[in-house]
Each structure stands twice: as C-alpha cells, then as structure tokens.
Design a binder for this molecule. Sequence first.
Ligand code: HEM
Length: 143
Amino acid sequence: MTLSDAAAPAETATQTAPKPIPPFVRLGGAPVISAIVDQFYDLMENDPAYAELRAMHAPDLAPMRTSLKGFLTGWAGGPRDWFDANPGRCMMSMHSGFTISDQTAGQWAQAMRRAIESVATADQQMAKAMAGVLEELAMGMAR
Ligand code: HEM
C-alpha cells in the first residue's frame, strides 16, 4: 500500500474523483519533511530508549539526515531528486546487510511516529497514515 492509498478518502478511488493532493503537499512540504527527519534523529541521539538503534548508525548522522529527507520527499510524492540520484536503489535490499531485530525495527517505528506526531500537525489523517505505513515498512525489515 502506498502512502496516498493509506490516507485517501474512499471517494477518491472513483474514476470521476479529482486528482488527489500528494501526501508531500498535505503534510506541509519540504519544511515539514525536514523537521520530521531532524526530530527523528534528535530522538535517536538523545533518548536512551533508542540507544540500540543509534548504535547501529555511524557516529555522524548528518549524511543520514540529508538522505532520509530526500528519500521521504520523493516517497511522499514530492520532488524525486533522491530517486534520480539513486536509480534502482531499493530500501529493503539496502537494509538487508544490517541485522534488524523486532526490537530495533520497533525503535525506528516508534521514534518516527513520535517525530511525525510532534511536527506534522496540519493534516492529522495524513500524519497517521504516514506513521502507519512507515511502521509496516520498518517491521517488514526485521528478521
Ligand atoms: C527497521 C528499522 C531500521 C533500521 C534498524 C535502520 C538502520 C539503518 C542503518 C544502520 C543505516 C546506515 C546508517 C549509516 O550508515 O550510518 C540506514 C540507512 C538508511 N535508512 Fe534505515 N533503518 C531502518 C528502517 C528504515 C526505513 C523504514 C527507512 C525508510 C522508510 C529507512 C531509510 C534509510 C535511508 C534513506 C538510509 C540512508 C541511505 C544512504 O543514503 O546511504 N530506514 N538505516
């Protein structure tokens, strides 16, 4: 399921419905995606609940902040620069080299949910959908 599907009102599935507004726009665009990612990594850095997840990442999170902002922007229907710069890159196979447990996947999903809830306040329905779909993605990476 895509993020658009998860938050689409039922009537947008009909043939006569107008083109849905992309999640990227509904969430608030680049400033909101940027703030979600910064809040996510701030939580990962500072909240001991995510220590195990933090330890899996490189000491400098700056490149990750840039990359995740770019990925989420294109994934949510915004500018696709990250996908253009990373042709054919698959999120699932990109993580297949890491040993991701239910616990670390759960930490990722929870920190992301908290970040989304605290920052993406303009459209609660879309914010909920985004957190839910990302949780499914994260839990699907656990082995
Ligand atoms: C399931 C729990 C997850 C864990 C434990 C995890 C862990 C990691 C780690 C360790 C890295 C490399 C970091 C580094 O080099 O410092 C990484 C990279 C990345 N992850 Fe995850 N990840 C998870 C889920 C996700 C999800 C669900 C997404 C997106 C929806 C995502 C997006 C990314 C991106 C965009 C990168 C950077 C790729 C790059 O530019 O090299 N991750 N992840």
